[in-house]
Design a protein. Sequence first.
Length: 384
Amino acid sequence: MNGQETISPAIKAGFKAMFQYVTMGVLVISGDGRIALANPWAKKLFGYQKEALNGQLVEMLIPDGFGKNHVKHREGYFKRRRARSMGYGLSMSGRRKDGKELPLEISLGHYLPGEGQLALIFITDITERTRSSEEFDAKVRERTLELTQSLAREKGLNEMKSRFVAMASHEFRTPLSAILSSLSLAESYRKIDEEEKRYRHIQRIRASVKNLTGILDEFLSLDKVEQGKVELLKEDFDLCAFAEDMIEEVNGMLKAGQHIDFDYKGQRGIFQDKKILRNIFLNLLTNAIKYSAEKQAVHLDINAGKKRAVIEVRDEGIGIPADEQKKIFTKFYRARNATNIQGTGLGLNIVKRYVDLLDGSINFLSLAGQGTTFTIELPLDQGL
């Protein structure tokens, strides 16, 4: 039977006032699932006009994918009829005439007018409530994420502060102690025949001051990079000649019997930031020297093509333990086999940041006790 046959004039009159003025959707559904009556608010809610809903299956107001389950629920409800209050977990999605879905909350009732069983459905649009709830949930998630990140940053800063204090107490104390002791000894050598001893201690003071200057330079470099204050100033220069100058600069750091093997292939003229490249070369070469023993060689190989340069710095030193290699570019991190060797744990972190600034990449291969090879690939603009 359809909706027009099941609803008597008396019942229609009884519901008329409520249907016309209540500010929620109201549907009367017959036992076969057809819409017998729909009030103006329900028509507006679902985007229908006049009597377009009357006689239609209620499933037309249910999104695809839910219709079949809804039929089972509807049939089950008419077999076991009971009132269901608004706000008692009866939330579902509705489908407007234009296909858009909207969140709804419903309550159910039933009655038997004599000519058949009917269900009475009250419908409330909870779009704004849902939106407010979603916005609140989103703000809670956002705030939770901010707090989590803040705590992680604070934890990271505390760890870095601890590392810095430990590093500074060691790295600054050693050269300062050397300076003080050398000054005291140098002052005691006043005779002409003690000039050589005095000169040796003056050289020791110079080396210690240079070491302190290097530590401070690393901190300043890191601070500039982290604050985004490093500007790229590219220029044309001869990469081969530049590398030879860098080798000459670090020659004074070589231990007894150490030497640097240099091999260059490809074009010489490039267009890059010379100052940043100098810091990269200086860090990698001094590390290779520092972590290698006497009489061991350091290798510098460069292959410069038209579009990129591959720079390789290889040593035969202590290497990096396999289980610590993933942390090697972390600030203040030093491998366990390097704790007795002077260093801040900042050099490789700075190198990585500089390489990133030049849009390059850095990789390494290392075996504990056999040495380490750092490979840098840099894009090259038009050279000389």
